[in-house]
Ligand binder design. Structure first.
Ligand code: GLU
Length: 477
């Protein structure tokens, strides 16, 4: 049975990197008919918060990454919050102590700090020097009785190497003498990340550990723990980092990093999902994948070794593509509150028509507000380039005047009746149709780019069209 997990520490929002890790795990589980488990690694009590926890759920839900076991979804391997598993962690630490694979350490933070500084002075890596490993049973007993704070450290093999066989990276060799006797249980009785992670992955029967390659250096420590317990190793797949365009690790400097910020900025979840799937995973040149296609095509083997670069232009391109595919009703639901906020209440049918006019022009949902201004407010400025090109011509006055007259008498005022007016006028004045449409567009919208002209004319209505043509004419003088 394939069982994978996403194991975030609830210390902040769900970031793009975390979401990508969650997605790869989810895709692998769905592709293999396995289980996707959400485990909250909340043992860092100072940094874990309830809001962050909620933000992670929210981010995952927005992307549609549902978990089969985890918070709010019962499973046979719970609890799924690490802080509710402390007894399990402590029991296993005790087991290692009893088997002579771990020891109590009573060194105070000040002493450890001194040791670290001394090592730095000797230009050595800061490693614990094993002072407490040498304590006699008698000394240990005394110190325990005196109640001074203690941690439990894991005994590392003094030499040799630990090999990580990684699905993405291949074989990665770590020299054991670069590691030290690391803490597994802290003085407050909480496990450290490496310890809790191994216990919970094993007890939850995780078959594949798929995570960011910033954790690769933790893996030899984890492997040594598996070996100390005599447990089988899961398979490891460390996925490459995500970088900004400047090749530095993706961070706040590069703009929004939290998934929910993307939702607020007007991205569709399917576009973000599609985009992050491609960060470090590929399937030929294909860029656009439905959720089902991703599930079908995802393999761990095709995760790339090299880091991925986050390119917001590409994400925008995908978002526009996905917006064009969604149903008008869904687009309207997303746009309506933004329009009402910007322009106040309007007739729903009118709002629907405005949204629909821009359906294939939006890159981000809030673009609807800036693009549709002239449907809600008078035109106060004209595009200067447009003025040169279309208002300052010999025929501009004639064009706008005649158009105004003809449209004023037009009944009914619909796209179908408007179109012939433009065409006949072009013939009458012996100009190209564009020489009617462009000046008219400039007069009605102030811009050179709008949805199809006849739609705009119909939607604005006879009265507004008349007033705006009039206003443009007066600006010609
Ligand atoms: N809690 C760790 C993190 O958020 C999980 C790492 C892992 O997947 O093992 O980075």
């Amino acid at each position: 049975m394939i069982r994978v997990r996403f194991a975030p520490s609830p210390t902040g929002a769900l970031h793009i990197g975390g979401a990508r890790t969650a997605l790869f795990n989810w895709l692998y589980a769905r592709n293999q008919g396995g289980k996707f488990i959400l485990r909250i690694e909340d043992t860092d009590q100072q940094r874990s918060t309830l809001e962050a926890n909620k933000a992670i759920f929210h981010g995952l839900e927005w992307l549609g990454l549902d978990w089969d076991e985890g918070p709010n979804v019962d499973g046979d391997y719970g609890p799924y919050y690490q802080t509710q598993r402390l007894e399990i962690h402590q029991k296993h630490a005790q087991q290692l102590l009893e088997e002579g694979k771990a020891y109590y350490c009573f060194c105070s933070p000040e002493e450890l700090d001194k040791k670290r500084k001394a090592a730095a002075d000797r230009k050595e890596a800061p490693r614990y020097d094993g002072t407490c490993r040498k304590l006699s049973q008698e000394e240990i007993k005394k110190k325990l009785e005196s109640g001074i704070p203690k941690v439990i450290r894991f005994i590392l093999p003094p030499e040799g190497e630990t090999i990580v066989g990684d699905i993405v990276r291949g074989k990665v060799v770590f020299k054991n003498d670069l590691l030290d006797d690391f803490v597994i249980l802290k003085s407050d009785g909480f496990p450290t990340y490496n310890f809790a992670c191994v216990l919970d992955d094993h007890l939850m029967e995780i078959s594949h550990v798929i995570r960011g390659d910033d954790h690769l250096s933790n893996t030899p420590r984890q492997i040594l723990l598996y070996k100390a317990f005599g447990w089988n190793l899961p398979k490891f797949a460390h996925i490459p980092m995500i970088l900004g365009k400047d090749k530095a690790r993706l961070s706040k400097r590069h703009g929004a990093t939290s998934v929910i910020d993307y939702s607020a900025m007007g991205y569709l979840p399917e576009a973000v999902l599609n985009y992050i799937a491609k960060l470090g995973w590929g399937c030929g040149d294909q860029e656009v994948f439905s959720r089902e296609e991703l599930i079908q095509k995802f393999t761990l083997k095709s995760i790339t070794k090299s880091s991925a670069v986050f390119d917001v232009d590409k994400l925008n391109w995908l978002n526009g593509k996905y917006i064009r595919q969604i149903l008008p009703e869904r687009l309207f639901t997303l746009c309506e509150p933004l329009l009402i906020e910007a322009y106040g209440n309007h007739d729903v049918e009118y709002l629907k028509k405005v949204v629909s006019a821009f359906h294939d022009r939006l890159v981000l949902i809030p673009d609807i507000v800036s693009l549709s201004t002239y449907f809600f407010q008078d035109v106060t400025e004209y595009d200067p380039g447009g003025v040169e090109k279309y208002f300052k011509t010999d025929k501009a006055k004639k064009v706008l005047e005649t158009l105004k007259e003809k449209l004023a008498g037009l009944e009914p005022f619909t796209r179908e009746s408007i179109e012939p007016v433009f065409k006949e006028l072009a013939k009458e004045l012996d100009v190209k149709l564009g020489m009617i449409i462009h000046p008219c567009r400039l007069a009605l919208t102030g811009t050179l780019d709008s949805p199809p002209m006849y739609d705009v004319v119909e939607l604005l209505g006879k009265e507004k069209v008349g007033l705006r043509l009039e206003k443009a004419l007066s600006s010609l003088l």
